[in-house]
Design a protein around this ligand. Sequence first.
Ligand code: DC
Length: 215
Amino acid sequence: MKFVVAIDGPAAAGKGTIAKAVAKHFNLPHLDTGLLYRGIGKKALAYSRTSYYPEVAKQLALDLKPSDLNPNELRTPEIAEAASKVAKITEVREVLLDFQRSFANQDGGAVLDGRDIGTVICPDADIKLFITASAEVRSYRRYKELKNNGHDVELESVLQDVVSRDKRDAERETSPLVIAKDAIKIDTSSLTIKDAVEVAISYLNEKYETAKLLK
Ligand code: DC
């Protein structure tokens, strides 16, 4: 049987942590699609002032290699901002589309997390989760994560970055961050990581049993 899980939501809502835990629980491969945009964002920062021209950004996307996707090198505020800028470019999204769809369509299925998984990449996913939390809670989580990783940041500037990135991701023309009509919304503002994972898995267990019966 195939079980495809689509997880979307704004920055630092907990979707990455939930996606990893869900993938482990159901023994499925996981793709953090944000890393693809971050990988291109990092190249854009290093390339030139023309990096955000569609044809230039498209070439940066075409040149993306697995070795460009090291999560530890990509989790900085500057790269997050650049990722959100390249993610606005339709040509960049088109380059990444087939890879993401093939990942989702592999035997057995997969877990993908991002902004447009349930709406564009896997509209027929077996289950769609939309993970959210207040901007303040998300910024505080991101602030702690960055501090723990040795980044010298202020909470206020993390909040500003999160709010402006949300706005750009939600207002862009191509594949904006919107909740899919058939997605289950989970607000993690007042949940611990453990509780949020439990809530997600309880929704998934139900769908998994149905998927098993149908396939
Ligand atoms: O999930 P993240 O913070 O690593 O994502 C970084 C940026 O990449 C995010 O601001 C928007 C973009 N992104 C996207 O547009 N579509 C996706 N499926 C995943 C990420």
